[in-house]
Design a protein around this ligand. Structure first.
Ligand SMILES: Cc1cc2nc3c(=O)[nH]c(=O)nc-3n(C[C@H](O)[C@H](O)[C@H](O)COP(=O)(O)OP(=O)(O)OC[C@H]3O[C@@H](n4cnc5c(N)ncnc54)[C@H](O)[C@@H]3O)c2cc1C
Length: 395
């Protein structure tokens, strides 16, 4: 076990840092650092800059355009891009669907969809959750019935919490194809064109005023049979593969560092350098973050190339997300009364400067409210704790 970065890793870190410093557009960096709302265009601009460098699909195999990095390089990349003020890679096509198509898709599907995902031409929505099927995904009820001629599925159902569906012309979904089978066995993995008749996307207003979450209603939507990924009724295992795929970034250590640096910067601007209670709180975060980072590095060095076991990923997710929420709450405390007059409009760059609150502070309350979601998506903390407890009791 080695807890130091090698000389090659450090050289790679400098390469990524320099790339972000010179290539990240200034307006996008400014929005990220102030915690303002990013538009689809902002993400696509940055993703295409990464793609030109061959860095947009770190989790894909080299033959499909991945950079061939090990876990440590991916970790460094996440950290350096976030610390440099770049947006997170949030596209489900890149992080989730791509690896599934590469592993289980037909040659035709790979040819048709993978290049567009890499070039950020097509964003994909993840249609897994439903009312009544979130933590318990096996309860999925959206049905897909194959027509007698075998050419199309007819899909009916209701998906919910579908992130960024408003920007996505396509959705990958879990659908029930055999209602008589055991819950996990009658599910299939289907690719749905969002422009098909019968698809309706309705926005869900979020705590901070945005609407990046959606409901998706599917009413007799006809989907070509060729859009089935892998085998009929085997969608559960592809879904599990997908959920288990993105593990290295799950603790969000880069994001924790980004927010802690922001807290120190704003505290200094607010003249709170001498506030012993605040400084003690920030120091406590540093310690917890260091402990989390060492845990992550220990796990990464033990699993240089293989995937991280689910229970360890659960530990990192619970600690990392709870720590990040605590840092966001501290940011609001630092702003004090200035965090109160929050309005969703100030999250647009164009509206900056119109309020009475200093620019650095306008988004803090919104960011804190928004951070409530991080202990829910990707598996709630309660469910992760169950997994950890089960593993501990079985050990
Ligand atoms: C911001 C955000 C973005 C999301 N994006 C997407 C997306 O793009 N696509 C998509 O398909 N889904 C998405 N989701 C949905 C997300 O995956 C679910 O919200 C999550 O899995 C929890 O499911 P649920 O909301 O149905 O809550 P439930 O499963 O109903 O849980 C409700 C509460 O009960 C607790 N609970 C449930 N089961 C247990 C148990 N066995 N033991 C102890 N406690 C339990 C939970 O922890 C939670 O506190 C998103 C969610 C959020 C918040």
């Amino acid at each position: 076990m080695k807890l130091e970065f090698s000389a090659a890793d450090e050289a790679f870190r400098l390469e990524v840092r320099e790339f972000v410093r010179t290539r990240l557009p200034a307006d996008i960096k400014r929005k990220v650092e102030l915690g303002l709302r990013l538009e689809h265009e902002d993400y696509v601009t940055w993703f295409r800059i990464l793609e030109e460098r061959g860095w947009i699909t770190p989790g894909w195999p080299v033959e499909h355009g991945g950079p061939g990095w090990n876990h440590v390089q991916r970790y460094i990349f996440d950290e350096e891009t976030l610390l440099g003020g770049a947006p997170r890679i949030i596209a489900s096509g890149i992080q989730m669907l791509g690896p599934v198509l590469i592993a289980f898709g037909s040659e035709e599907q790979k040819k048709k969809y993978l290049p567009d995902i890499r070039h950020s031409n097509t964003w994909w929505a993840q249609g897994f959750s439903e009312p009544g099927a979130g933590s318990d995904l096996a309860a999925v009820r959206t049905s897909a019935v194959l027509e007698p001629d075998g050419e199309h599925f007819v899909v009916n159902g209701h998906k919910v919490w579908t992130s960024y569906a408003q920007w996505c012309p396509m959705m990958f979904a879990l659908v029930r194809t055999d209602p008589a089978a055991k819950p996990q066995e009658g599910i299939s993995f289907l690719l749905i064109d969002m422009a098909s008749p019968g698809v309706e996307v309705r926005p869900i207003r979020m705590l901070e005023g945005g609407a990046d979450l959606n409901e998706v209603y599917l009413d007799n939507v006809r989907v070509p049979a060729g859009n089935l990924v892998g085998e009929l009724d085997k969608g559960w295992s592809y879904g599990k593969y997908l959920l288990g795929h993105e593990r290295t970034g799950i603790a969000g250590i880069g994001s924790c560092k980004q927010q802690l640096a922001r807290a120190r910067r704003i505290a200094a601007q607010q003249g709170l350098d001498g506030d012993a209670l605040l400084q003690a709180r920030l120091a406590q975060f540093e310690i917890e973050l260091m402990a989390l980072e060492f845990t992550a590095l220990r796990l990464l060095s033990a699993n240089q190339r293989s995937r991280m076991p689910a229970v360890e990923a659960s530990m990192l997710k619970v600690r990392g997300t709870e720590l990040r929420q605590a840092i966001y709450e501290t940011l609001v405390d630092i702003a004090g009364p200035d965090a109160v007059p929050f309005s969703p409009e100030v999250l647009e760059l164009a509206h900056l400067g119109e309020g009475v609150v200093p620019e650095e502070l306008v988004a803090l309350a919104a960011n804190c409210l928004d951070s409530r979601k991080i202990t829910i998506y990707g598996g709630t903390s309660e469910v992760q704790r169950n997994l950890i407890a089960r593993a501990a009791m079985e050990a």
